[in-house]
Design a protein around this ligand. Structure first.
Ligand SMILES: Cc1cc2nc3c(=O)[nH]c(=O)nc-3n(C[C@H](O)[C@H](O)[C@H](O)COP(=O)(O)OP(=O)(O)OC[C@H]3O[C@@H](n4cnc5c(N)ncnc54)[C@H](O)[C@@H]3O)c2cc1C
Length: 408
């Protein structure tokens, strides 16, 4: 780990960036329009990524622990520069993997994370299922129930999850459910649902505005029985936590704070994805503005167009600085006193929406067609103010952090 924040990621990290850039340019980009149109998981591309070692737990763990502290944002930016829909299909599994890494025992991590990725010959994906039809931003409102069957040492899960990336096509599903509804978010726990478990099925698959190569679906849990060992963290820990919550005992560093710290640490990675989309659109627009001529000169000769590009580039660089700072803080266990992780996701997500819209404008009529990629990038960018906490929720978290007030 690096105790000093630096804007020089170092030679090793730059070599990883260049390697990923090659994959993004040569494999992802040529496939992007096809999988966007097909609205299907691009299994052959994931398989190719697995063969090269880009789709593996080891790869993401190495990036996370890179001494620069910015290994993950650099990797995310390059992959999503390639294509956001395919990028999410490649990194969507990490959502579930992180849930197991954050909450599971060593044994659970060793058992489940390899099964989430499969092997290069037989790739698998995983899904993290928290959101429900009536519980999106308000995660304390989850209705999916987990009831313990002591006689069989099994948990029984019932409920409907929605918006699950890879939901229903995953080998391993991680499901957040309520064990004691009276306790709200404090009464929840996470469970692994192993491959092929009866009772878990895919509901509606959503037809989406953007990131269409990434599969998003409902997951129905109908009397799903999983062994006691599938409760992440184990029963003893859960019972202790529930007992404390029932007594109303507030511990410094309790579950609320731990969950918040996990979000702060994961949000810069999502911000970096948005930066990848923004940078891709900016590059197309810059190139177009230099070569497209109207009134006998390149359109970039007009200050109005050149200033648009100046603003786009400035916002992208500012977003990257926020993302790198937050990522470095997470890797170096710095306290997020001003919700710097949420700040980075908020600004990068809004930047991607702004930059892709400006890029479409600079391309004129061409920008509005599927002949040019900015139309797809604009659609893809829209999710970055919605998932992993909407922009409003990021503002809420930042406002609470800087004010200390329970702002609603
Ligand atoms: C493509 C896609 C992939 C996803 N992948 C996953 C996944 O893998 N796993 C998973 O569990 N979930 C996933 N999600 C769910 C995603 O995280 C939720 O959509 C998101 O949290 C918002 O919840 P909601 O859609 O219910 O919106 P709501 O919470 O209903 O919000 C609606 C609007 O109200 C605003 N709002 C709500 N509360 C407040 C407030 N207190 N103050 C101000 N404004 C507020 C919101 O900002 C938003 O603008 C995914 C969603 C999509 C679309």
């Amino acid at each position: 780990m690096s105790s000093t924040f630096s804007l020089d990621p170092g030679a090793d990290q730059l070599a990883v960036r260049d390697w990923l850039h090659g994959f993004a340019a040569d494999v992802m980009r040529p496939a992007a329009a096809e999988w966007d149109e097909r609205e299907e998981t691009p299994w052959p591309v994931i398989q190719e990524a697995a063969k090269l070692g880009i789709y593996s737990l080891d790869f993401y763990a190495q990036q996370y622990f890179d001494p620069s502290g910015v290994g993950i944002p650099i990797a995310m930016e390059e992959l999503f520069w390639g294509d956001a829909g395919i990028g999410l299909s490649i990194v969507g599994t990490t959502l579930a993997a992180v849930a197991v890494l954050a909450n599971g025992t060593d044994e659970q991590i060793g058992t489940w994370t390899p099964q989430m990725f499969g092997t290069p010959e037989d790739v698998k994906v995983a899904a993290f299922c928290s959101s429900e039809p009536d519980a999106g931003s308000d995660v304390s409102a989850l209705r999916t129930r987990a009831v313990y069957d002591e006689a069989r040492d099994e948990w029984v899960l019932n409920g409907t999850k929605t918006w699950a990336t890879n939901g229903g096509i995953a080998a391993v599903h991680v499901v957040v459910a309520t064990v004691d509804p009276a306790l709200g978010a404090k009464g929840q726990a996470s469970f692994v649902v192993p491959p092929g478990t009866p009772g878990l099925s895919q509901g509606q698959k959503f037809k989406k505005h953007g990131i269409r190569a990434s599969h998003t679906a409902e997951v129905v849990l109908d009397g799903v029985r999983v062994p006691g060992s599938c409760l992440l963290g184990g029963k003893e820990k859960l019972d202790e936590r529930l007992a404390r919550a029932r007594e109303g005992v507030k511990r410094a560093g309790g579950r609320g704070n731990a969950a918040m710290a996990t979000f702060e640490a994961s949000r810069p990675a999502v911000g970096a994805q948005a930066i990848g989309i923004a940078r891709a659109a900016y590059e197309v627009a810059l190139d177009y503005a230099r070569t497209r001529e109207q009134f006998g000169r390149p359109i970039i000769d007009n200050q109005g167009v050149a200033f648009q590009l100046a603003d786009m580039r400035t916002r992208i660089d500012a977003a990257r600085l926020l993302v790198w700072r937050a990522s470095w803080m997470a890797v170096n266990n710095q306290p997020f006193t001003a919700a710097e992780g949420s700040m980075s996701k908020l600004y990068a997500g809004e930047t991607a929406k702004y930059v892709t819209a400006q890029a479409m404008q600079i391309l004129g009529g061409n920008g509005f067609t599927r002949e040019y990629p900015v139309e797809r990038m604009h659609r893809d960018s829209a999710i970055y103010s919605i998932f992993e906490g909407t922009s409003e929720i990021q503002r809420l978290v930042i406002a609470r952090a800087i004010s200390g007030m329970p702002i609603r």
